[in-house]
Design a protein. Structure first.
Length: 114
């Protein structure tokens, strides 16, 4: 007892195997290790004290210049939340409790602009 037409079975087309393209790291680890030494960044960054990143130093310099978080965000074309993240990371690395501590640190370490 059927209420409609019987479904017709359609054969599945044969799957065509995809060509295997070797991953550069797996295929040639020696070549990959040579590339990893040439960082993806164009130039090797300057060594900053206390393992601060270039961006954290840049944010500290803008704090020294008296910019607010909104001002720093505008100057660097990033969001305020990102600025707060950079500030929190930098403050943790330099053991600063506030902007005044950060400015003192930057002055002692020569991170202020002439």
């Amino acid at each position: 007892m059927t209420d409609g037409p019987e479904p017709t079975a359609h054969p599945k087309p044969a799957a065509t195997p995809r060509p295997r393209i070797p991953h550069p790291t797996i295929a040639a680890p020696e070549a990959a290790s040579a590339k990893s030494t040439e960082s993806a960044r164009p130039a090797q960054r300057a060594a900053h004290p206390d393992r601060l990143t270039d961006r954290e130093v840049e944010v500290l310099r803008l704090i020294v210049d008296g910019l607010t978080n909104a001002g720093i965000a505008a100057a660097l074309s990033i969001g305020e939340a990102t600025v707060k993240t950079h500030i929190n990371n930098a403050f943790a690395k330099i053991n600063a409790r506030n902007r005044t501590d950060a400015v003192r640190y930057a002055d002692r370490r020569g991170l202020t602009r002439p």
